[in-house]
Design a protein around this ligand. Structure first.
Ligand code: CO8
Length: 251
């Protein structure tokens, strides 16, 4: 399962991601704040339209992305060429985000936004892009937390870390089981995440039992030397009747 990850690890010079170089993930080192995000637009980046030709795809480089973020993004993009990895587009409305097959019972509202895309200023909130590897049941998110996500001075708020982990694991669960919701999310916060730094959130589905999807996740620095957080989660596949009731209750 993790054979492909060996190549990934070498390509990215990453250490410590699950299956990449066992052992390195256990290391816990303190990390200082990173330099501020590098200005300047990267190559090949404009906001692309969604499949509807209307919505802006936010999972594309913008001027706030640091060099680390751009380098990593380009390396992952290279890995999409053989079709094993796919970049997941990201819109500010969840209904543009989720697969077509899941939309049928939901009506698109104009007054709601996906929580992670609720801050308009580029680089101030959640800058992220996710890549899906279906055969490995794995989603990796490149995440650069912005200045509006501050908790302790200079570091990302624990709630913002939970949010990006929940969303990364959630995207993985959706790819495995369709309509799901988080039933349980357990996070060990190991080292704080400096604002403006880049971290990798690496999630995989470990087991599916009936409607239950068990997943795990690690958040690490780009060089793999710092483990920031580890998480496990349980997602439950919604049964159709309950999903309809839930939807009706919020309209
Ligand atoms: C960017 C795009 C990605 C977005 C991802 C974001 C994901 C989210 O934020 S979701 C929002 C947060 N989550 C919620 O609000 C969910 C609230 N909870 C619920 O609606 C329900 O409890 C729900 C749907 C999770 C499960 O309800 P229901 O379908 O009735 O399941 P239920 O029949 O009770 O349980 C099914 C099984 O799961 C187990 N289970 C349910 N909850 C838990 C739990 N918390 N811990 C352990 N096991 C549980 C049950 O024991 C049962 O097991 P078994 O089949 O072995 O008997």
């Amino acid at each position: 399962m993790w054979r492909r990850c060996g190549a990934l690890g070498r390509a990215l010079a990453l250490r410590g991601l699950p299956g990449l170089a066992p052992g390195a993930a256990g290391r816990r080192t303190a990390s200082g704040p990173s330099p501020p995000a590098r200005p300047g637009l990267p190559c090949g980046t404009a906001a692309a339209g969604s499949q509807l030709g209307q919505s802006k795809d936010y999972a594309l480089p913008n001027a706030s992305w640091s060099q680390d973020m751009l380098d990593l993004y380009n390396r992952f993009l290279d890995m999409t060429k053989d079709g094993l990895w796919k970049r997941i587009p990201s819109y500010n409305n969840i209904l543009d985000h989720i697969p077509e097959s899941m939309k049928l019972t939901y009506e698109k509202r104009k007054d709601t936004r996906l929580f992670l895309r609720s801050i308009d200023a580029e680089g101030a909130g959640f800058e992220y892009v996710m890549f899906l590897n279906t055969s490995e049941k794995r989603v990796v998110c490149l995440f650069q937390p912005g200045s509006y996500l501050e908790g302790h001075p200079g570091f990302a708020h624990g709630g913002s870390i939970a949010t990006i982990i929940d969303s990364t694991i959630g995207s993985c669960a959706i790819s495995v089981a369709g309509k799901v919701m988080t039933a349980n999310l357990s996070i060990d916060y190991v080292n704080p995440v400096p604002l403006g730094s880049v971290v990798l959130v690496d999630s995989k589905a470990d087991k599916v039992e009936g409607r239950k999807v068990f997943l795990s996740c690690k958040m690490q620095s780009v060089d793999g030397n710092t483990l920031h957080a580890e998480a496990t989660a349980l997602f439950i596949q919604l049964d159709a009747t309950k999903a309809q009731k839930q939807q009706a209750s919020c309209q």
